[in-house]
Structures are given as C-alpha cells and as structure tokens.
Write a protein that binds this ligand. Structure first.
Ligand SMILES: Nc1nc2c(ncn2[C@@H]2O[C@H](COP(=O)(O)OP(=O)(O)OP(=O)(O)O)[C@@H](O)[C@H]2O)c(=O)[nH]1
Length: 606
C-alpha cells in the first residue's frame, strides 16, 4: 500500500501542482488517467461497509435511508486544497487534515455532513438524490483516489420513491461504472441468492470481460447454517476474472456498539482462520486482503497509464512551448536590455525586408517590372511628335542662330531640338522614382507584418514603420534629385560621338533623301530616351533600393540611443494580458517539466 501511496501521490502531486483537477480545461487532463473505485450492489448489501474497510476508516452513514450517492475524492494535504470548488461544482464536503481529527470526532463529523448534505439535496424526504455528494478528505496517509459509493440497486419500487426509481438508480450506476478508468467492486451478500442480484450483471455489461470487476462476497457470517460460499470462493460457480473475496463486515450491532475498524479486522481474520469451511482460504479472504489486492491492481493499472500520462504531458508541454514562442520573450527591466531588445527586433525586421528585396520573399521583382515594363512604356508614350512638328522645329532652328543666317547647318538648332526632347524624359523618370518608392513602402508593410517579434509590441511596430517610411521618403527625394540631374546632365552636353552617330544611325534605316528634319524623327528621339533607360534605373537603384537595404533604420537607431528608459519602455508597451498569460504559461510549463521529471522517476523505478 505504501508503494501505491507514493506512486499515486507523485502522480497526483504532478496533477494538482498543475492545478489540474479534472475540470474542463484547454489542456489535456491528467486526472482522467487515474482510476476511480466504485462500489456497486443491491440495497444494504454492504457497499459502504466494504468501502470503509478498504479505506480503513469508518465515516459513511449506513443502513436504511442512506441511498445517496457518495463520492469520496481523496487528496493528500501536501498537495493542498486548491481548485476543489472548481473541480466539483455541486456540494463539496471538506474535512481537512484527517490526522488532526480523532476517529470518533471524524466519524461523527463526516456522517453529519453527509446526512445534512443529503437532506439539503432531497429536502428531508429521504428520497434518493441523483446529485452526487463529494467528500474530499485530505491526509498524507491516504491514497489519492476517488471512491464512489453508489445507491443500492433494487428490483422493486421503493416506498416513498417515484416509480421510475429502479431505472434511475440503474442508469446512474451505469453512468459511473461505464467509464473505462472505473474499477468496480461488485458487492453481493452471501446470505442471499447471488443470481437475484444485478451487481455482477451490470458490471459485466460495462466492464467488458470483467477485467475491471472485483467480486466481494459480504455477510458470509450471516449465511444459513449448513450453507457456505466455498463453491464461489474456489471459483466453481459465478466465476469472475478475479477470484471472489469473502469479507465479514461489522454488523449493525457492532456498529451500534462502536466496535472500531481495527477490532473488526482482527475479528474478521479470526473468523476466516477458525471457520472450518474457510480455513484453507483464510489468506485470500477478508478486508485486508481485498485492500491489498486492490492496491496491487491499482498499482498495475496506474503504471500502465504512465506512458499515456507522459504523452499527455509531452503534448501539453509542446503546446505551451509553442504558445510561449508565439508570445515572444519577456522584456528586460533595464534600459540596456530594452535597447538590446528593440535593436534585435529591428534587426529581424531589417532582415525580413532585405529578403523581400533580394528575392527570398516576394515583392522585390516588382521593382524590376518598373524598369523593364512601366518605364519603357512611359517613354514610348511620350509625345515627341509635338516637339517635332514642322512648326516647332522651324521655330527652334530659326531662333537658335538669332539674327544670323545659318551658314552650313543649323547645329545649334539641332541641339535645342534634342535638349527639349530629352527634358520630356523627366516625367517618366520621376514616375519611375515614385513607383519604386511605392513598392519599397509596400514592402515595409509586408515586412512589419511578417516580423513575428514585432507583433508583441504595437507601439514599436508603429514607430518602426514610420521611421522606415521617413527614411524611404528621404531616399525618394534624393533619388528624384539625382535622376533629374542625370537627365539634365545628358542635356547639358552632347558629345561629338553623339552627333557623329546620328546621321549614320539614321542612314542605316532612314532615307538619305529625306530632309534633315525628317531624319531626327520621332523614333530616333525615342532611342535617345532609351539610352537614358539604362542610367535612370541605375540612379534609382543606387539612391533608393540599395539605400533601403543598407540603411533603412539608421536614423531610427541613432535616435534610439538618445532615448531615456521611460521612452524605451513605451516602445515595448506590451499588452498586459499577454504579459500575464506569459507568466502563467511559463509557470505552468515549469510545473509540467517537474511533473514530467517526477513521473519519469516513477516510470524508471518500475
Ligand atoms: N453481520 C454482517 N453485517 C453486515 C456485513 N456487511 C454489512 N453488514 C451490515 O449490513 C447493513 C448494511 O450495510 P451497508 O454497508 O450500509 O450496506 P449498503 O450497501 O451501503 O447499504 P445502502 O447504501 O443503504 O444500500 C449494515 O447494518 C451493516 O452493519 C457483514 O459482512 N456481516
């Protein structure tokens, strides 16, 4: 029994330390893995007496009028009383510290509590109540188990009870004992015909092949003279998977005389040892033997549940770890720690952002699309013809040499013509800068969303995105300036090479007979634009994309260094609910880990 106490206590310790009392919980319950013991039998068959003798204490009211459902979940005081009221919603009787109450006082106290509770449940009508009474007794010396004293099964209606009572009791009993973790003590009085009792029948029905059922033959001492229970006890009749155990409980007279449990056990031992019919079976009879058998059985059942409990704990631990990981790390208290956390998170954001640009995540390809598609299309759409209308060309060329007549060729005029066309490229160039800017901003949104660590801190998230946007705005402005400058630069000086190439290029495709105006036609000027096509993206990538990759949060970091602890704390203003949940989960995880260690120790000791 001591081994069992220690084994169950360890498991129970693990369960109760986790605050797991079998209540509805999001986490898998360990409680269900532990067995309960229920006594089933006809009215006055001796159920309460057997329960008490297994426990070794008398506390249950017996005799007529106790057809109530008494459950006794047992806890040891070392695991505390926490959560009891949550665990059992209805009426819980709590008798604390069994060891501090003397037997008489204890008996009287518990009996009174049960009787009062029954009256409360049935309204003094002495009817059977289907509301369970849960009696929790805490002691370091008892096994932490749930013992259920069920109302007696009956075949006939009971006076003062509704007609449906026979079925009600049966279905109540069935609902308790059909749970696979319920060990059934089928109580049958030996002084009545066994065939007339349903205890075995009902427990066979729910207990599959009877592997959960222990037959207990009570009232052997009350059998008619000349009859005995040897056939049953020697497994010749009413055979069960486990041998029947005969017991001799205290009679009503003994109870009235206040014969205590110890004396009753001695007398029971003597009875079996001295009765000729049972002498040879004496070592397998009696309440003590029943208690030992049950202990052994419980031990093996509980041990067989250990792998299941271990996997429940492993599953719960994994779930806790996942959630904790999702909630992120707790925040450091000092400024240095906070600064470190912020920069680390920013670094992670930065890394995600770069991945978008470099192709590890999607989005960066949109920039290429601007250069490869939007920009050339925009160039194509430029209305060079407006510049090249005969009127405009004439005007420019005529104006170019002022009052002087052109001697050879209107070179100055060509220059002006080309310049004015090049200037119109500024529009598409600016549009490309803006398009890339929009893409870079959109990627900030995406990277913010995808940086898991930022989810924890809404304020930091806002600040990081606004810092990134500000940086991108600065880069955009610089890029625009540089790109437009590039166009200006192209316009400001046309090389000889440029000019010498003009007629040749035109001659390749064009007709030399065409006038000079026709030669520098629309498609030709477009080609000049296309020359720019290469350098404008270069400028944009250099000023915006490369910079965004290199120094998106540089300003922010510099500014961070100057912030005070209070301001840093503001950035890390986590949702208090998240903080609380993290603390709770961390505590629970620690408990699960220590429970795991304890249960592992039990498993290794097998
Ligand atoms: N002589 C003798 N009396 C017994 C034995 N077992 C139980 N009794 C007596 O039988 C009566 C009924 O016993 P209980 O233990 O209350 O039976 P129960 O099945 O719990 O009864 P209900 O809950 O009322 O159905 C009590 O007066 C007991 O003292 C026994 O083995 N021998």
């Amino acid at each position: 029994m001591e081994n069992l106490i220690s084994l169950v206590n360890k498991l129970q310790h693990a369960c109760t330390a986790l605050g797991d009392h079998g209540e509805e919980s999001t986490l898998p319950t360990l409680w269900d893995s532990l067995p309960t013991i229920a006594v089933v039998g006809g009215q006055s068959s001796g159920k309460s007496s057997v329960l008490e003798s297994v426990v070794g204490k008398d506390f249950l009211p017996r005799g007529s009028g106790t057809e109530l459902l008494q459950g006794a979940p047992w806890f040891c005081s070392s695991t505390g009383l926490m959560g009891q009221d949550n665990m059992r919603s209805s009426c819980a009787l709590r008798i604390k510290e069994l060891s501090k109450v003397n037997t008489c006082a204890f008996t009287a106290l518990v009996r009174k509590e049960i009787a009062d509770e029954t009256d409360r449940g049935t309204g003094h009508t002495k009817q059977i109540s289907t509301v369970p009474i849960y009696l929790s007794i805490y002691s370091p010396n008892v096994v932490n188990l749930t013992l259920i004293d069920l109302p007696g099964l009956t075949k006939v209606d009971i006076e003062g009870q509704p007609d449906s009572i026979v079925h009600e009791i049966e279905s109540m009993v069935r609902s308790f004992i059909e749970k696979p973790n319920c060990i059934i003590l089928a109580i049958s009085p030996a002084n009545q015909d066994l065939a007339t009792f349903d205890a075995i029948k009902i427990s066979r029905e729910v207990g599959m092949k009877g592997e959960r059922t222990f037959g207990v033959l009570t009232k052997i001492d009350l059998m008619d003279k000349g009859t005995d229970a040897v056939d049953i006890l020697e497994r010749r009749s009413y055979r069960l998977q486990y041998p029947w155990i005969g017991v001799v409980n205290r009679s009503q007279q003994d109870i009235n005389k206040n014969i205590d449990m110890m004396a009753a056990r001695i007398r029971e031992r003597e009875y079996f040892a001295s009765t000729p019919e049972y002498k040879h079976l004496a070592h397998k009879m009696g309440s003590e033997h029943l208690a030992k058998m049950l202990s052994k059985h419980l031990e093996s059942v509980i041990k067989s549940r250990i792998p299941g409990i271990q996997s429940l704990i492993a599953k719960a631990t994994a779930e806790l770890e996942t959630e904790l990981c999702r909630l992120g790390n707790p925040i450091a208290a000092d400024a240095g720690g906070k600064l470190y956390t912020i920069t680390e998170i920013c670094r992670m954001f930065d890394a995600v952002y770069k991945e978008h640009l470099d192709g590890a995540r999607s989005g960066g390809e949109k920039i290429y699309n601007v250069f490869d598609n939007h920009f050339p299309v925009a160039l194509k759409r430029l209305q060079f013809e407006k510049h090249l209308t005969m009127e405009n060309v004439k005007k420019l060329i005529t104006q170019a040499d002022g009052y002087q007549p052109h001697l050879i060729a209107p070179e100055q005029g060509y220059r002006r013509l080309i310049e004015s066309c090049l200037v119109s490229i500024k529009g598409p160039a600016e549009a490309a800068v803006e398009a890339v800017h929009a893409i870079l901003k959109e990627l900030v949104h995406r990277a913010i969303k995808e940086t898991h660590e930022l989810k924890q801190f809404p304020t930091l998230r806002v600040e990081v995105s606004s810092a990134a946007f500000k940086a991108l705005d600065r880069m955009r402005d610089r890029s625009k300036k540089n790109t437009l400058m590039l166009v200006d630069m192209e316009c400001s000086y046309l090389t000889v090479d440029f000019f010498t190439k003009l007629p040749q290029d035109v001659e390749k495709g064009g007709s030399p007979t065409h006038s000079i105006f026709d030669r520098y036609n629309d498609s030709y000027l477009r080609r000049i634009g296309i020359c720019q096509h290469g350098s404008i993206p270069k400028s944009i990538v250099y000023c915006q994309v490369r910079e965004a990759k290199r120094s998106l949060l540089d300003h922010f970091f510099m500014e961070l260094g100057a912030r005070e602890t209070k301001q840093l704390s503001k950035l890390l203003d986590e949702d208090p609910e998240v903080m609380e949940r993290r603390v709770m989960l961390t505590k629970r995880l620690e408990l699960y880990r220590s429970a795991q260690a304890e249960i592992d120790a039990v498993a290794w000791a097998k």
